[in-house]
Each structure stands twice: as structure tokens, then as C-alpha cells.
Design a protein around this ligand. Structure first.
Ligand SMILES: [Zn+2]
Length: 272
């Protein structure tokens, strides 16, 4: 599932191809991809527009249009963005195609069909619940301490809550908890200030490194030119069950937390 580093990498790669390019027309290959407005209105509103700025909040992509509306997109589990020649036949999982004036297509492909597009006056109507960006000053140890106080849910589940911090998913939650040496089942409210500070630092480090390495490709994630990310080579615990911990050699453990596969070093990330 694409998380913050994957979404950011995709946006940076797409920008030169789509910015300021008039969108001549839109093909809706599966109407369910459009959350709002109704698909026919969506097409009317998109036709002739240009993307004039590109931003990201958490895992949401924000394409600002020249009429001041914003196209908000979320890739969910298997969404991909690709640039193709307009004449290239559609892939069977292509859901949406923006036909640019320069003869290129900007296509959204999504095997599992959970990805969504929202065309809105104000992106806040889609993203208003999101917590701070992990690399922003707002994601501080004091902030996290205040939000964890009294919480009995496992810290792993809390890190995945987009209202607490935006953009973290299963991969980067496990990697951050390992680097901070915190057991994923620890109750959020039980973390000491020194652990909270370590977790904030570890989260920032992991996200920064994953951005520099252009994301993690385990299965579906591809950059818009079809190439893979590199952070899969830097994973220390995620999907390394049974392999030696890079720090102490203990085989990596796997448990399920809140329905999500969770990986950690049972020797260094303890419950007490
Ligand atoms: Zn270890």
C-alpha cells in the first residue's frame, strides 16, 4: 500500500508531465473511482482545465486546477499513476484517463478498486481529519505525548491512525517502532517521554530515508515510469519474519495487531 514516501515520489515524478498541460478530455473507465461529484459532472469540470500546483497531505494527492477547484486523489491499496502515449491500449485495471493536450495520457490504474478521486472546491472537505505531517514541526514529542495520554490502544495501531499523524502505514510504522525499540503492543498511554521522543525521531528518520530512496516496492508500487523504489533494501524488520535482527541477530517476530501484520525484534522491543 503506498504510504507518504511512495505518494510523494509519484507526485514529484508526475509534476513535469502534467503541470500546466491542458486536459482535453477525461475517460472514466470505471465510474466507482469518482467519489464526487457525479462522474458526468466530474468530466465536465475537468475538461479544458490545467493542473497548476501539486501538493500532498498524508497519503492524499492534491492537484490544484486553474479554476481553483482541487482534484484530490487517494491510491489506497493498489492505485498507480502512469504516463502513457494516448494511443496505448488501456490496461484492464485502468480506471481513469486524463487526455492531455500534448498527446500524452495521465492514467490511474487500480487493481483492487479502492482508490478514489474527489473534485472539490476546498480540499479540506476531504482531508480535514488528518493529523500533522511526520516531517513537520507540529509532529513533536510534546504533541505526541498529549495525543497518547490515557490511550490504551497499541502504539502500532495508533501510529496507523491518520488523525494522529498523516501518511504512516504498515511498513513505516513497523520500521519506526523498531528503530525506537518500542514493542508494537505497548499501550499508547504507557510510553515514557524518552520513548516518545525516540519514536518521533525514528519516524522522521525512516520517512526521510524512504523519501530519499523513492519508496518501498514490495508488490504493486511503481514510480510513474514503471521503475521500483529502493527502500525495500533498507527494511530492517518489515516482512523479514525469521530473518536475523540487523542489530542483535534474534529472528524477527511476526504478530497481528489490529488486523495488521506486524514485525519486530522480541529481544530489543519488549513489553516492559
Ligand atoms: Zn534485535
Amino acid at each position: 500500500m503506498p504510504e507518504l514516501p511512495e505518494v510523494q515520489t509519484i507526485l514529484e515524478a508526475l509534476a513535469p508531465s502534467i503541470l500546466e498541460q491542458p486536459i482535453d478530455d477525461v475517460s472514466v473507465l470505471w465510474p466507482g473511482v469518482i467519489d464526487r461529484p457525479p462522474p458526468s459532472v466530474f468530466v465536465d469540470w475537468m475538461r479544458g482545465r490545467r493542473v497548476v500546483n501539486i501538493n500532498r497531505r498524508g497519503k492524499y494527492m492534491l492537484f490544484g486546477l486553474d479554476d481553483e477547484r482541487t482534484l484530490v486523489m487517494h491510491l489506497r491499496m493498489t492505485g498507480e499513476m502512469r504516463m502513457t502515449p494516448a494511443a496505448e491500449p488501456y490496461h484492464k485495471h485502468d480506471r481513469l484517463a486524463f487526455h492531455l493536450a500534448n498527446g500524452r495520457d495521465w492514467r490511474f490504474k487500480d487493481m483492487r478498486k479502492f482508490g478514489r478521486a474527489y473534485l472539490v472546491e476546498d480540499p479540506e472537505e476531504v482531508i480535514w481529519k488528518l493529523g500533522p505531517e511526520p516531517l513537520s514541526a507540529a509532529f513533536s514529542a510534546d504533541y505526541l505525548a498529549a495525543r497518547l495520554r490515557g490511550r490504551t490502544a497499541p502504539i502500532k495501531s495508533l501510529l496507523l491512525d491518520q488523525r494522529l499523524v498523516a501518511g504512516i502505514g504498515n511498513i513505516y510504522a513497523d520500521e519506526s517502532l523498531f528503530r525506537a525499540r518500542i514493542h508494537p503492543l505497548r499501550e499508547g498511554g504507557s510510553l515514557r517521554m524518552v520513548e516518545i521522543s525516540a519514536l518521533v525521531g525514528a519516524t522522521r528518520d525512516v520517512i526521510q530515508q524512504a523519501l530519499a530512496e523513492m519508496g518501498t516496492t514490495l508488490r504493486d508500487y511503481r514510480r510513474p515510469d514503471g521503475s521500483v523504489g529502493e527502500f525495500q533494501n533498507s527494511l530492517q524488520v518489515f516482512r523479514r519474519t525469521g530473518e536475523p535482527c540487523p542489530s542483535c541477530g534474534t529472528p524477527i517476530s511476526r504478530i497481528v495487531v489490529g488486523g495488521r501484520s506486524t514485525h519486530f525484534c522480541a529481544n530489543e522491543q519488549t513489553l516492559t
